[in-house]
Design a protein around this ligand. Structure first.
Ligand code: BGC
Ligand code: BGC
Length: 748
């Protein structure tokens, strides 16, 4: 009876109720109406998310819930990581037909860089600097995922990080807050579209809130401690941009921040997120993160953990069950007022309403729709072009690349025929048979009788006779294409490493192949920057291909054949060696900066250096942020600051001329960096504040204009206020963070 009442209330509201003229939205009125009918346990149920048996495991096991029974009892608000498509409908039916109020389930999954069509891992995509393309990729992912039955993805990951020991750098957009902010916002727009009630749009989830990208020593799930100023300057901007783009949900992080675990951190979840950033959606914990407050040592048991999370304004608990197990007691004993549950549950019901789930619980999914929605040719084509744009050419001695189509090519190395290496971490619902490997891509583009394949070694170990065979193959070829790097599942979550050097077996393979004297083109398959100084000399060309996704092999062929020119630029510095980590381009100058002439050199072998540097290693990375070569050459000139003096609150305008001075068409990424010369707090030596991809024919030039807004020039000042300060600035424009073309402006 109650359920019928709830549903007829929907019909009433959907028909447009004009009698109650308050300023609540229809969704809010609907949610309030429903809340009045719900028991405390049902409210807690809506605030709980569970993983069914057979679902993807993304955390420690240990819970066993009888999901079916719980759904019938109205105790499951959301389900994550379902793999079996028919269960979307089975579970939804159970919730709608068999639970007392019939509230539909919200299905969630980690659709991180594609659903069926897989795009490059996010770090790779960020190297395109192509925000529109990334927005489109999120749109494609939402179209496929929604057709499958999903209405919520746990993406974008907005965690900025400068530490490639941390495996999850593969899921983010690199080390720079400005670029990460642009990309994070675009992904939200792509997933959520214009209107959540459109059945091809899904809820985005800004994660992991907050500062997850700075775990001590790059170790997964480790403590984060940093000043609030550093947090606001460097980490908050990407989350903020995604929230301002309208993200409907936020996920907490596993780490503690300033001694308080994020899932119980009221300052983060209420003061910053809701009161300051104006977020009005709902927050989900990360996997088990509520209960983990017991292990953090801030809660004595599950009940205490639930209390901390509720008091911190955490709406939905993922997997551990502390809300449903202990929430009633917390209300009964007066620890948690029921009005707080109402407030937190309401955000969830509103999201379900806005998705249209109350109107039609089955609007996401359906076999017919699914078959039509996936693997659309234009989606595969987009994956291919993003993959192509994401690959970064770091070295190309004697123009080894592109390769002549008639040549004999020995493809060697552990990743050339590995679909998993193409798709990388969080490979969604990918299928190996739909993935073009490097070997397949090259065979299809070059004369396939002239392309041979030899494995050579495994990622971490030698195989019997592998090196001998590889050397033989190299001798018979004109050029070697060597795939080196890391397996697809060795980046992402729970994949921290103490070294980002190449494994020894691969170094041995490279050295052996190099002895043949044949040019060696290395394709680096990786989800994180790697430290290559000790082996770089043996590479004639080096193309970072990341884990490039469904069309990865085709994209590799696009570039190696010269049909397209590489245009990717690094979004994380590539260190020389592990000891430099973490490493970032936007470091602080310190009181003892290294004189410029020393920055790239190994120095001071005899005399002690009283500068901020190492005894035997330069400070600079092997390849800096923003760096990336092409098959043509670009020149930057005629930098004009159109507004050399501005008042606070005004825009700064700059023009520059970009020319393709080489012999081929190509795309460069024009990047603008600033330095605030004297401020009330120490500022980075350079900060990215603008970028644009510029596609030019051979010999062509174009003027590019940049506008710096007051927000671009703002930072967390000494008074802790986000704002600008008067003073002098330097700017540089070029195609990496070491750009030399310089200008100046002043804020009066
Ligand atoms: C990860 C999240 C992910 C969640 C659900 C966690 O372990 O940290 O990024 O969204 O699992 O799979
Ligand atoms: C050192 C101090 C020392 C001072 C005077 C500085 O460079 O950091 O520890 O006391 O010199 O020698």
């Amino acid at each position: 009876m109650k359920r019928l009442f709830a549903i007829s209330a929907v019909a009433f509201l959907l028909a447009g109720c004009s009698c109650c003229r308050d300023n609540r939205t229809d969704a809010e009125k609907f949610a309030d109406n429903l809340l009045e009918q719900m028991t405390v346990r049902e409210k807690l149920g809506q605030m709980s998310q569970f993983r069914p048996k057979g679902g993807v495991v993304t955390g420690p096991e240990g819970h066993s819930f009888n999901i079916e029974q719980m759904i019938k009892d109205g105790e499951v608000g959301s389900i994550l990581s379902l793999r079996d498509l028919e269960y979307f409908e089975i579970y939804q039916k159970l919730a709608v037909d068999s639970s007392r109020l019939g509230i539909p389930i919200l299905f969630a999954h980690d659709i991180i860089h594609g659903c069926k069509v897989i795009f490059p891992i996010n770090l790779g995509s960020s190297c395109t600097w192509d925000v529109d393309a990334i927005r489109k990729s999120a749109r494609v992912a939402a179209e496929e995922a929604s057709a499958m039955g999903l209405a919520w993805t746990f993406s974008p990951m907005c965690d900025v990080s400068a530490d490639p020991r941390w495996g999850r750098v593969s899921e983010g957009s690199g080390e720079d807050p400005y670029l990460a902010a642009k990309i994070s916002a675009a992904m939200v727009e792509g997933y959520q579209g214009e209107d959540l009630s459109d059945s091809t749009t899904i809820l985005a989830c800004v994660k992991h809130f907050a500062a997850y990208g700075a775990p001590e020593a790059g170790r997964e799930y480790n403590t984060v401690d940093m000043s609030e100023r550093m947090f606001r300057d460097r980490y908050l901007p990407a989350y903020k941009a995604a929230i301002e783009a309208g993200a409907a949900t936020v996920m907490t992080s596993f780490n503690d921040y300033d001694g308080i675990p994020a899932s119980g951190n009221r300052w983060l979840l209420k003061d910053v997120l809701r009161d300051e950033l104006g977020f009005d959606g709902f927050v989900v914990s990360d996997y088990d993160a509520v209960h983990e407050m017991v292990y953090h040592g801030v809660a004595k048991d599950g009940k205490d953990a639930a209390r901390l999370a509720l008091e911190a304004y955490l709406n939905m608990e993922m997997t551990s069950g502390d809300y449903i197990n202990h929430g009633e007691k917390l209300v009964e004993d007066g620890t948690i007022p029921e009005s707080l549950l109402d407030e937190l549950c309401r955000n969830i019901l509103v999201a379900k309403y806005e998705l249209g789930l109350f109107e039609d619980p089955y609007r996401y999914g359906g076999m017919e729709r699914f078959k039509k929605a996936i693997y659309k040719p234009e989606a595969i084509e987009l994956a291919r072009s993003i993959a192509r744009e994401s690959m970064v050419l770091l070295k190309n001695d004697d123009d080894v690349l592109p390769l002549d189509k008639g040549r004999n090519i020995a493809v060697i190395g552990p990743f050339a025929s590995d679909a998993r290496a193409m798709n990388g971490t969080w490979d969604g619902f990918s299928e190996a048979k739909r993935t073009v490997t490097i070997e397949q891509g090259l065979k299809a583009r070059f004369n396939d009788r002239r392309v041979t394949f030899t494995r050579g070694c495994d990622p971490y170990s030698h195989i019997k006779g592998g090196i001998d065979e590889a050397v033989r193959a190299a001798r018979f070829a004109d050029v070697v294409v060597l795939t080196l790097g890391l397996p697809g599942n060795h980046s992402g979550e729970a994949a921290a490493m103490t070294t980002v050097e190449l494994p020894q077996a691969q170094k041995d393979l490279l050295a052996a192949v190099k002895t043949t004297g044949k040019p060696v083109v290395v394709l680096l398959v990786t989800g994180r920057p790697m430290a290559l100084e000790s082996v770089e000399d043996m590479m004639d060309a080096l193309l970072v291909v990341w884990h490039p996704g469904t069309a990865g092999g085709t994209a590799v062929a696009d570039l190696l054949s010269g049909d397209y020119s590489p245009s990717g630029h690094l979004t994380m510095s590539f260190p020389r060696c592990d000891g430099q980590l973490p490493i970032r381009y936007n470091y602080k100058n310190t009181g003892r900066p290294l004189p410029d002439s020393y920055v790239h050199k190994q120095h001071h072998k005899t005399k002690k250096p009283y500068y901020s540097c190492y005894l035997f290693t330069p400070n600079s990375p092997l390849y800096p942020f923003g760096y990336g070569l092409s098959y043509t050459d670009f020149r930057y000139s005629d930098l004009k600051v159109l507004t050399p003096e501005v008042k606070e609150g005004e825009d700064v305008k700059i023009k520059v001329k970009v020319s393709n001075v080489g012999k081929r068409r190509g795309t460069t990424v024009a990047q603008l960096y600033i330095r605030d010369l004297v401020a009330s707090t120490t500022r980075p030596v350079r900060e990215l504040k603008g970028f644009v991809r510029v596609d030019l024919k051979a010999g062509e030039s174009r003027e590019v204009e940049f506008v710096l807004t007051p927000d671009d020039l703002s930072f967390c000042r000494k008074d802790m206020v986000w704002g600008t300060e008067p003073g002098d600035f330097s700017i540089w424009i070029g195609d990496d963070c070491e750009a030399e073309l310089e200008g100046k402006f002043t804020i009066k």
